[in-house]
Ligand binder design. Sequence first.
Ligand code: COD
Ligand code: ZN
Ligand code: ZN
Length: 375
Amino acid sequence: METTGKVIKCRAAISWETGKPFSIEEVEVPAPKAHEIRVKIAATGICGTDEHALHGYFSNIEFPIILGHEAAGIVESVGEGVTSVKPGDKVIPLFMPQCGECVCCQNPNTNLCLNYSADKPRSPEDKKITFTCKGKQIHRMASISTFSEYTILQESACAKIDAKAPLDKVCLIGCGFSTGYGSAVNIAKVQPGSTCAVFGLGGVGLSVLIGCKVAGAARIIGVDINKTKFAKAKELGATDCISPQDNDKPIHEVLTEMTNGGVHYSFECIGQTDSMIEALKSSHSGYGTTVIVGVAPFTDKMALDPMLLTTGRTLKGALFGGWKGKTCVPKLVSDSMAKKFNLDKLVTHTLPFEKINEGFELLRAGKSIRTILIF
Ligand code: COD
Ligand code: ZN
Ligand code: ZN
């Protein structure tokens, strides 16, 4: 049936209230307006941030909402003026857009786009795009909402990828993999022969680890309270794995002893301010760099001794690993197809979309790295 220009009715997972299970409902997805693209989602990953959003960690999440921000799909139709994709193209939605025009997009040293909405109220333009369900307006997450069979993207938030890309794997490039990998190679700029510590060995932390390994780190220490994560971390290149719960002293002291004074690079991939400080204290004075990858609840603040910085440590942070989405995501997809890194190792479960609640249970129980939901 020809769907161009018409409202599409399809399945989506609605979060009606904070913390409640998802309910699969029929939603209406409008036809794309000027500079918008309607995409049929093929596969979407479950990221730690979806769980955080469900529990109200972020100030701009409004319920009812369709969550999901790590996906790959195929363009169904495009609105007026869209030039970068056409129906049938494979694409990855971008939770960080690249409008190409704002001062940040024009600055080669950042991937932030001033049209990014995840940390501030959504723009009036973005608010106009909406799903409906049972006559109610449903909010969108990070302007992309991928827990829906069809979604609407602004052209600046849609990257065209290789027509042969396996969508059930490259969907991870939409968030977790790129966030972690880029934090190592773009933000920390890990050097060959260096020592790294990765706090949190979920999908994001393991992707940091892959980046450290690709960059030639000599020693990579994984830190997690869940020791079942250690086997996979070692498979991906961790030389040592430690749990804070096995030690009576703070983990930065353990790391400092293990590494003769501290690591070259530490990464926080948990989203807790206490771990952020531990990561900073684990880095060597004079030259250590700490990258904050995790996003903490918006109510939490970090108190740190400024001497940690005056004595020569660097504290940095980035979203989406510093990649400018429209430009870099197609290249990351090609690199994965050329086997520069292996996404398969991050996928522990693949489930039909209807089993989304089961996928979140696996994440909460610490049993999955990435669950991919297939439509
Ligand atoms: N000490 C050590 N490890 C811990 C602790 C602790 N106190 N608490 C939890 N952990 C471990 C867990 O056992 C788990 O293995 C890991 O930390 C967290 O992993 P996941 O699988 O729950 O989550 P991820 O890897 O999918 O994502 C985690 C982030 C916190 C990085 C993510 O939620 C996040 O905040 N991302 C922000 C970066 C970003 O760009 N966000 C926008 C879209 S994601
Ligand atoms: Zn921009
Ligand atoms: Zn994510």
